[in-house]
Design a protein around this ligand. Sequence first.
Ligand SMILES: [Zn+2]
Length: 335
Amino acid sequence: MTNLRQLAKQAISRYYVASGATTLKEKILNRQRNQAFRIFAYHRITKVISAPNPFSQSMNVSPTDFQQQIDFLTQRFSILSLKEIAGRIEQQKPISPKTVAITFDDGYLDIFTNAFPILRERNLPAMIFLATDYISTNRMFWWDELEARIEGIDFSDVRKWASHYFSVKVSHSKNHFYHNLVNRLSTMAANQFEHFWEHFREEFPDILLDIYSHLSWKHIRLMKRNNIHFGSHTKSHAILTRTPKNNWAEELAGSKQILETNLRTKVDWLAYPRGSYHDVGKEAVIAAKKAGYKWGVMNESGVNHPRSDRFRLRRIPVYGHESFDTFLCRCYGLL
Ligand SMILES: [Zn+2]
């Protein structure tokens, strides 16, 4: 997202809050009788790490901001676990339109170190969606590896290599370049993706940074005893639309089984990696059902109702670079 768009969004949010639009929405919500629930999607709770690239900035919410957001939600909304919401839907019990749930994708260690203490102190539930291949390992997600390798070397070398590899002129700004590359890699066919990494790794040295650490089974079990639930985010963080279909069952059913064996509990929830409308098509839903899931969440913003498609529930994103006003506007559906 460009800076200009960010600034515009901030200005609009400030206007909505100052003009009383959020307060009005709050009043409307208090009087509403329809049933609804909102699911918030977080990734990492950490201070912005060394690389000032836009992708990290948006995925990393600072612990201070997280605490402020959670305190607001505790005061104005009712935070329930997804399990509780699912139970209410199944038993046709009422769901107040002020119901919210907290989720985290990917399973970074900082959820344990920075988010869990805030949640535990307030006895709040949440669900963490785990990519099982990464649990208790020091492997990096590809976007983190990209960042770590780009950060560790002279940018002009990366530019030169990338211009040659993609046969296109590459942006002078490191941030812009990184952002474009992430977008490009997210939509690449599997074989092209493998080819890119084979060459990229060969060209640039391996730099391991522990800021990209993942949760271990020990952390996961400890949180499980404290109101935190777990869902699947596939085994390898597979974006289904880019993954060969014959690997889908392994990614979906395989990760479910690993979680169930290690946690000794049923795992009914799936968060589709990337999770855009495009990624959660008919075939993805059929595969999720076949793998034994009962519920699926996307990364498309919006409010859910008891009759919403259980395999295409929406989530409201929370971005680290956005202001508290913007968060408020997102809570009330103004953005
Ligand atoms: Zn993810």
